[in-house]
Design a protein around this ligand. Structure first.
Ligand SMILES: Nc1nc2c(ncn2[C@@H]2O[C@H](COP(=O)(O)OP(=O)(O)O)[C@@H](O)[C@H]2O)c(=O)[nH]1
Ligand SMILES: [Mg+2]
Length: 260
């Protein structure tokens, strides 16, 4: 059975529902008092996509970095898909989607050179005080190259699975159209699959090493403005590095590490 390994980013302003979305998608739960995290939340979800294909998703949810709007390239490296999320009751979170999309497009692209498939999610559509109209989201989504947009309510579990399914579908078809452009002998396909797997795993491990090195930088530890509370405790940071080893992140589980 073929297995695809897909790194997917979840970006958007703080408080729009990114962590709740990831949590809902991977564990089916919603917690209204969800704790704000600092660093990157990392979750894994395994999908039995078809009789012949499994899809392993690595979901990278930024946390606590949202105020910077621009993310480090390390975070984007190897991403094959992206969710840009805003809150329909918060107009600036919608306006900032342009920055998130531009930041992504300037720092990441598919191996084919195409932009990373990106879905726009208008979250919290269960709330009454909506300030962003469907027409403006639709126009924005078309103008800025999103594959599509959807209204979601993580709270009421509306369109969470559907949005991810649509994104994964687009990622897989982007990959298969790349394969069609360069027809290969049948016997090459398993080798190519394992090669792409190897590259994805290598990219992932490399990112983590780089993230850890950044976190462990002695000058960063000395400068409180570059730190979040826990990074002042090297033991804790080391634990993050270990925790995030792919072998230790089981399906549906979440772990966290610092990215400063
Ligand atoms: N009403 C409503 N609240 C939501 C929804 N999604 C998330 N929230 C709440 O919004 C707040 C911020 O969510 P969180 O996932 O931490 O946002 P993040 O900062 O983008 O990761 C939390 O109190 C969530 O319970 C939603 O669809 N509807
Ligand atoms: Mg969060």
């Amino acid at each position: 059975m073929a297995e695809h390994l897909l790194k997917i980013l979840i970006v958007g302003d703080g408080n729009v529902g990114k962590s709740s979305f990831t949590h809902r998608y991977t564990s089916g739960q919603f917690n209204s008092s969800y704790k704000m995290t600092v660093g990157v939340d990392f979750s894994v979800k395994l999908l039995h996509w078809s009789e012949r294909e499994k899809v392993r998703l690595q979901l990278w949810d930024i946390a606590g970095q949202e105020r910077f709007i621009s993310m480090t390239r390390i975070y984007y490296r190897g991403a094959l898909g992206c969710v840009v999320m805003f809150d329909v009751t918060n107009s600036s979170s919608f306006l900032n989607c342009l920055h998130w999309k531009r930041d992504l497009d300037s720092k990441a692209m598919l191996p084919s050179g195409e932009p990373v498939p990106c879905i726009l999610l208008a979250n919290k559509c269960d709330l009454p005080g909506r300030v962003v109209s469907a027409e403006s989201v639709d126009g924005f989504s078309r103008a800025h190259g999103f594959i599509t947009w959807m209204e979601t309510s993580v709270k009421e579990n509306r369109n969470v699975q559907e949005a991810m399914r649509r994104l994964v579908q687009d990622i897989l078809s982007a990959q298969s159209s790349l394969d069609t452009q360069e027809p290969r002998r049948k016997s090459d396909i398993p080798r190519i699959n394992s090669l792409s797997h190897l590259i994805a795993s290598w990219t992932f491990l490399f990112s983590l090493t780089e993230v850890s090195i950044q976190v462990m930088k002695p000058w960063a530890r000395l400068n409180p403005s570059t730190l979040s509370a826990d990074t002042t405790r090297p033991g804790r940071v080391k634990a993050h590095k270990d925790e995030v080893s792919p072998a230790r992140v089981a399906n549906g589980q979440r772990t966290q590490f610092k990215l400063k």
